[in-house]
Ligand binder design. Structure first.
Ligand code: MN
Length: 419
């Protein structure tokens, strides 16, 4: 692989799935794993087998069925965890055991009640044991970014000698900043003698909203694997969002000359599937996959978009597989956009009629934030019906058959307030 190739390690099914409210059944995990395969991720972390028999079974079924990507699973530095992990990935075409232990003094003292020496020994033992089951072993130093750097370098050096092939240095609690992260990866790679023999990996959490920025900084510091999740789901504020990293690399390839294997047009379908399976939607203004990510309501913006999309868009919705319905009609919209939407609905309006329709729609927008197609049909029909009625009683306007709701609104208030 080229030195600029960055591996995408998707942990939607592990870190994402273990967040409150995001758990999935085995059949759903399999369905998502197939989509992640279509998306083109390099590694799928499929679960944490020791967590439950169902988790182990799901990892094993994914390892059996999904053949292209590496299938990884998580294990603490305990024999039982590692044995369960080895069983779970045994059927894989390419299976990875991902073992971890915390290296910060805070975690060692408060959580694990271990000395640094005990931690080092457990890490080395776990990696050696894992290597008996697969030659693809990833070691993570949990809370790496808050660990003593001298000790962290000792651990990393020791686990590389024990056979680890990927070294992940997580910002477990989302405490780092981009400049910290760049310096951190640069220093560790300089200090560890065999750093060139392994792939360094980043795993950032979004507690300060810096997960994506930190992940990119880690890559600039030499990391060649990024751990991330679809929609940025994960513990607490979540993980780095896969779609944001991939599109940052794509749109700003002038600044980030890194290659990833992801199929961009599968980004939105993947996001939708995660939303559907977990029942947890993304915020409307979420970058890349939010409902408003490619939508424009303000008249000046709509006018620009109608003239040339590049005025207010740096990438195309179609490029990430999202539908492009850019003009949202609301009270900030202009007449041009209203006219265009009417035309799309088969309604040619102009001149005084357009002015009247526009005013009626803006009245609705004052009350309801967004104008729907039903509102438009109802208003046009109302305006035309009133004119037709005055001019030629009994005339049936072809557009005077809106939805029942629209019709009702017309009777109630003329131009479709309420409903
Ligand atoms: Mn995590």
């Amino acid at each position: 692989m080229s030195e600029h190739r960055v591996r995408i390690f998707d942990t939607t099914l592990r870190d994402g799935e273990q967040a409150p409210g995001f758990s999935l059944r085995t059949a759903e995990k399999l369905q998502l794993a197939r989509q992640l395969d279509a998306l083109g991720v390099d590694i799928i972390e499929a679960g944490f087998p020791i967590a439950s028999p169902a988790d182990a079974e799901a990892v094993r079924r994914i390892a059996t069925e999904i053949r292209r990507p590496v299938i990884a699973c998580l294990a603490r530095c305990h024999r039982a965890d590692l044995e369960k992990a080895a069983w779970s990935i045994a059927p894989a075409a390419r299976g990875r055991i991902h073992t971890f232990i915390a290296t910060s003094d805070l975690h060692l003292q408060a959580k694990l009640h271990m000395s640094r020496e005990q931690c080092l020994e457990a890490a080395v033992d776990a990696v050696r044991f894992a290597r008996q089951h697969t030659d693809d072993v990833q070691f993570s130093a949990e809370d790496a970014t808050r660990s003593d750097i001298e000790f962290l370098c000792r651990v990393v050096d020791a686990v590389i000698k024990a056979g680890a092939t990927t070294i992940n240095l997580p910002d477990t609690v989302g405490f780092s900043t981009p400049d910290d992260t760049l310096a951190f990866f640069t220093q560790i790679r300089e200090r560890v003698p065999d750093a060139d023999r392994v792939i360094f990996s980043t795993h950032c959490h979004d507690d300060l909203g810096l997960a994506v920025a930190n992940s990119i900084a880690a890559v600039q510091g030499g990391a060649r694997q990024v751990e991330c999740t679809v929609n940025g789901i994960g513990e607490r504020a979540g993980n780095a969002a896969l779609e944001e990293i991939v599109m940052a690399f794509h749109v700003r390839r002038d600044r980030y000359p890194y290659a990833v294997g992801v199929a961009h047009t599968q980004i939105y379908p993947s996001s939708e599937m995660v939303t559907r399976l977990t029942g947890q939607g993304v915020q409307v203004n979420k970058a890349i996959v939010g409902r408003n990510a490619f939508a424009h309501e303000a008249g000046i913006h709509q006018d620009g978009i109608l003239k040339d999309r590049r005025t207010y868009e740096i990438m195309k919705a179609e490029d990430v597989g999202a539908p492009w319905n850019p003009l949202v009609l609301g009270k900030h919209s202009g007449r041009h956009a209203v006219q265009k939407r009417c035309k799309e609905l088969g309604l040619e309006v102009e001149g005084a009629e357009l002015v009247e329709i526009y005013r009626a729609l803006m009245d609705i927008a004052d009350d309801r934030k967004v104008i729907s197609d039903n509102d438009i049909v109802a208003v046009v029909s109302g305006v035309r019906g009133a004119t037709a009625h005055a001019a030629a009683p009994g005339h049936v306007d072809p557009f005077d058959t809106p939805s029942a709701a629209g019709h009702h609104a017309l009777h109630e208030s003329g131009y479709g307030h309420g409903v």
